[in-house]
Design a protein around this ligand. Sequence first.
Ligand code: FES
Ligand code: FES
Length: 163
Amino acid sequence: MSGELAFVSCTVNGVAREFHVRAEDMLIDVLRDRLALTGAKLSCDLGACGACTVLMDDKPVSSCSTFAWQAGGSEIRTVEGLAGADGTLDPVQQAFVDNSAFQCGYCTPGMIMLARALLDHDPSPDRDAIRAWMGANICRCTGYEMIIEAVENAAAASQEAGK
Ligand code: FES
Ligand code: FES
């Protein structure tokens, strides 16, 4: 099947997209190389670290381990699609800034998307739930404490903003 083309139609950050992919093309490559959405980062390329996390139909997925054809018919959200049209940051993004919840920043887009998925699913998670959920992604810099605090603050802000 290698090299065969499949036609994929999906929505990325609210915009209808159509493209041809080979069977072996991964979602992260389409996002980064064809759509210039470089927020999702390639790190382990094994589905283990979460740096490449995007939302597919509101569920976090590792885009390095998701075939592009699997995105057919779905709604994809990347970190580029979180801010409002006027540039206002999503409460999760703002909380990461306010809490200095990053150092090198390489894991940050994936962490933010993972946190967004949590708060979409559970608007008021307790600290243990946040720890358990965010443990799916790896950060090599921060020690996680500031990330956990950012998600706690984002939960409060998201509820205020009705997000
Ligand atoms: S780069 Fe995809 S999970 Fe690590
Ligand atoms: S901020 Fe550097 S890997 Fe998380």
